[in-house]
Every structure is written in structure tokens, then in C-alpha cells.
Design a binder for this molecule. Structure first.
Ligand code: NAD
Length: 357
């Protein structure tokens, strides 16, 4: 076993259908008396219901669009927290809403109780990001890590198929990169492998039967594990590419992850054979890159960058940006290799078999 440092903060997790009923107790346990509830505008009724449960401890509801956490929305949310003298934030929603809670916590240190309703995994990471004049600035700070995470699969049955599938693939991407990260540990690898396994078995059911609570629970469990793996390790080429494509070409976050992931895995496969074996096994596939592609296709998620708004004439620039200041990656990152990866992802090709490479 190689040498490693494992340093993972412990988090309190309340899991299961109906877990949202525990929200008032959890808030009280933190000693909070003035809670600001955050949600996306579409989730406002759920946020109002949560505020209703909190009774006198609810100080307000903030429901503004927060995709990629624009600095203006972050400022407005911080101001809303100050105005009601909040001592805690409850986030009800996906990565965007959690990101807004993190923006408040970064500024004020307010504790977050996260109630995730997608599979982004953000609730398990100390990673924050704010978009300012078109550029997303990210960082890590333990301050933004939620104190409590409430996973209630009943809140996710309304998540549409076209969001559920890519969101689950986004979580799988965290685990894939954690398995070959330079700071991977055996414990993180256990989380990553089981997270992929849970999502690979649940996502096909989730998109076929969105109201299947067991499958929804399994998917949330997978997202939890994959998010934990991301929070504990450094990201590689896959995340760098997705940040570049999302930030510079305004492509949708979870969909970009879905399309790029099989190609990033194919790029890295010869340099990270142990990780690839674990990924393939967790997917129940013969090979990792093809297994990831086949899972995305099976759940009806996009498989080509051209399907999700990438301009063909942007590929050169994307390859250039992604190879500037690359993240640590098992295979050295070179312009020609990344340009080919992007070409394949643009066209939506199934990664070639290893023997044909
Ligand atoms: P999102 O939070 O933007 O949500 C997507 C859409 O789904 C929104 O319109 C939302 O209102 C809707 N929605 C959410 N839950 C729903 C439900 N249960 N039923 C019906 N509709 C629902 O999408 P996301 O993919 O969860 O998050 C993406 C953002 O999270 C990006 O900004 C990304 O950078 C960030 N992210 C951060 C981390 C991290 O560790 N910091 C990790 C992953 C993603």
C-alpha cells in the first residue's frame, strides 16, 4: 500500500425518505434561531414548506436564480442574511443553491444545513465558486462545508429525467477522477467505487421510473459518496476541461461532465490501469471509458458536445485553454491529445476499444 495522508472532516448525515421532518431538530441542535432558507425560484414552494416546518426559527426565504453563483446574486444573498440577522442557512436544491449557501458561509462563517435535491455532490465538498464578469473563481475552504446534510429521496422524485441523468453522471465524474488523483487514499477509493456502483445501478431505474423511491435513495447515496471523494482529492484533466467548456463556452454544467467523461477516461486509461479496472468493475462493464459512454447513452443523457451548444470553431481554443496550467493528471496533458479528445467528444463517438488505440 502506498503512503498517504487521509484527512477528511466528519459530517453529520440524515438519510432516508421523510428525513426533511428532522430539519427543525437539526437546526435546533446547531443552536440556530434565525434561519435563512435558500432555494432556486422553481423550488420556492419546497423552501416555503421548509420555512413553515422551522416555525419561529425561520427568518426568511431567498429564492433567486443562482446558476454558477453570479457575484451579484451572492452579494444579494449575503445582504439578505445580514438583514434578517441570520445565524444559519438551509439550502434546498442542487449545486447552484448549495453554491449560494457556500458564498454566504465564505463571507460570514454561517453554518449550512444542506438538503440536496440533485446528485451534484457539492454538499460534501469544501469547494466554493463565484462567477464574476464571466469568470468563475473557485477555491477550497473548510468554512463552507455544510455542518449537516439531509438526504431525503422523496424531495427528488420531481427531478426531471433530463436533469437526473446528467446530474448523476456529474457525480460519477467526481469519483472517476478521485480514483486516479495523486492524493487518493484507500478509503476515498472505497467511497468512489461504491458511489459509481450505486449510481450505475440506480440511474437507469431513476430515468425509467422517476417516482421509484428506492432508486432515488440509491442515487442520492451514490452522490454522497462521489461528492465525498471529490472533496477529499484533487481534480484532473476531466474537471479542468469541464470548467473550461462551462466557463468559456457557457455549456450546461452536468451535461458537459456527462459528455466529456468517457473521453477523459479513454485519454487516461493507459496511465491509470488500476483506477480503470475499479471503474469498469463498478459499472459492470468490460472497460471503463466505453462503460461510461454506454451508461450515458442508456439513460438518455447527451453524448456529444455538438448536442449541448459547443461551437465547432471553439475546439482549438478550448484545447489551448485546457492545456494552459493543467491540473495534475495521470497522463501528461498535451495539446494534440486534448484536441483529439475534444474532437471525439464533439462528435459523440464511442471511445475506441483499447486494442484499436
Ligand atoms: P442546479 O442546482 O443548477 O439545478 C438544476 C435545475 O434543477 C434547476 O433549475 C433547479 O431548480 C432544478 N431542480 C433541483 N432540484 C430539483 C428537484 N428535486 N425537482 C425539480 N427540479 C429541481 O444543478 P446542479 O447540477 O445540481 O448544480 C450545478 C452547479 O453546482 C454548478 O454551478 C457547479 O459548478 C456546481 N457544483 C459544485 C460542486 C462543488 O463541489 N462545489 C460540485 C458539483 C457541482
Amino acid at each position: 500500500m502506498h503512503r498517504f495522508v487521509h484527512d477528511q472532516p466528519s459530517m453529520r448525515v440524515i438519510f432516508g425518505a421523510g428525513a426533511i421532518d428532522r430539519l427543525p431538530d437539526e437546526v435546533q441542535r446547531l443552536g440556530a434561531r434565525r434561519v435563512l432558507v435558500l432555494a432556486s425560484p422553481g423550488r420556492r414552494p419546497v423552501a416555503d414548506a421548509a420555512a413553515g416546518r422551522l416555525g419561529a426559527a425561520a427568518a426568511g426565504v431567498f429564492a433567486e436564480p443562482s446558476i454558477h453563483v453570479p457575484i451579484e446574486v451572492a452579494r444579494a444573498a449575503r445582504e439578505a442574511a445580514r438583514q434578517v440577522d441570520a445565524d444559519c442557512c438551509v439550502t434546498i436544491g442542487g449545486g447552484s443553491t448549495i453554491g449560494l449557501g457556500k458564498a454566504i458561509a465564505l463571507d460570514s462563517g454561517l453554518p449550512i444545513v444542506a438538503v440536496p435535491t440533485t446528485y451534484s455532490g457539492s454538499e460534501m465538498t469544501p469547494i466554493h465558486g463565484i462567477t464574476d464578469r464571466g469568470a468563475k473563481r473557485t477555491g477550497r475552504d473548510p468554512k463552507v462545508l455544510p455542518k449537516v446534510v439531509v438526504y431525503d429521496p422523496a424531495l427528488t422524485v420531481g427531478l426531471p429525467r433530463h436533469i437526473s441523468g446528467p446530474s448523476g453522471m456529474n457525480a460519477i465524474a467526481h469519483a472517476v477522477e478521485a480514483l486516479y488523483a495523486p492524493d487518493a487514499t484507500p478509503i476515498v477509493s472505497l467511497f468512489a467505487a461504491d458511489g459509481i456502483r450505486a449510481l450505475a445501478r440506480s440511474l437507469p431505474i431513476v430515468v425509467r421510473e422517476p417516482a421509484n423511491l428506492d432508486a432515488r435513495a440509491d442515487a442520492l447515496y451514490g452522490a454522497w459518496l462521489c461528492g465525498t471523494a471529490l472533496g477529499a482529492t484533487s481534480m484532473g484533466l476531466h474537471h479542468k476541461l469541464c470548467h473550461t467548456l462551462g466557463g468559456s463556452f457557457n455549456l450546461p454544467h452536468a451535461e458537459v461532465h456527462t459528455v466529456v467523461l468517457p473521453h477523459a477516461a479513454a485519454f487516461n486509461r493507459a496511465a491509470a490501469p488500476d483506477a480503470m479496472r475499479v471503474i469498469a468493475d463498478a459499472l459492470g462493464a468490460d472497460e471503463a471509458a466505453q462503460g461510461l459512454y454506454d451508461l450515458a447513452a442508456r439513460i438518455g443523457a447527451p453524448v456529444a458536445l455538438k448536442e449541448i451548444g459547443m461551437p465547432a470553431d471553439g475546439l482549438d481554443r478550448a484545447a489551448r485553454l485546457a492545456t494552459e496550467q493543467p491540473y495534475a493528471n495521470p497522463r501528461p496533458v498535451d495539446y494534440a491529445g486534448v484536441r483529439q479528445l475534444l474532437e471525439d467528444a464533439y462528435r459523440g463517438l464511442r471511445p475506441r476499444a483499447i486494442a484499436d488505440c
